[in-house]
Write a protein that binds this ligand. Structure first.
Ligand SMILES: [Zn+2]
Length: 125
């Protein structure tokens, strides 16, 4: 289990308790933004270097790539904006379970009303 975000002690305690059976295989990340369709997190395991995705931010000689940028993965948000944690399987090679935490610091790209409208539209299809 690893926290890839400076979660507060209460968050850590709650997450550790909730996912106690899966800790060996779980990483905890912060959902940095969420909208009607997707929720995003910065991957601790892969990085953008130029146009490529790499599993390290360091060159063979140990220097950090000058153009390294974070890489974000996204999962469906279920049209819901509220604070919560959601577990999904990883989208990259490490095969860990990813728990994304949506909290007050997560950027909402759509309003609660817009989310609700999307949810209603989805259910009336
Ligand atoms: Zn990744």
């Amino acid at each position: 289990m690893t926290f890839y975000y400076p979660f507060n002690e209460t968050q850590k305690k709650d997450l550790t308790a909730k996912y106690s059976e899966y800790l060996d295989n779980t990483i905890f990340v912060h959902c940095n933004r969420i909208n009607g369709v997707h929720m995003f997190y910065e991957c601790p395991f892969c990085f953008k270097v130029g146009g490529n995705i790499k599993t390290t931010q360091f060159k063979k000689n140990g220097e950090k790539y000058k153009t390294v940028k974070p890489n974000h993965h996204f999962h469906g948000s279920g049209f819901q904006n509220h604070n919560r944690d959601e577990s999904r399987s990883s989208h990259c090679s490490n095969r860990k379970m990813v728990v994304m935490v949506v909290d007050d610091d997560t950027i909402r790209e759509t309003s609660d009303t817009e989310q609700l409208n999307l949810l209603n539209k989805y259910h009336s299809r």
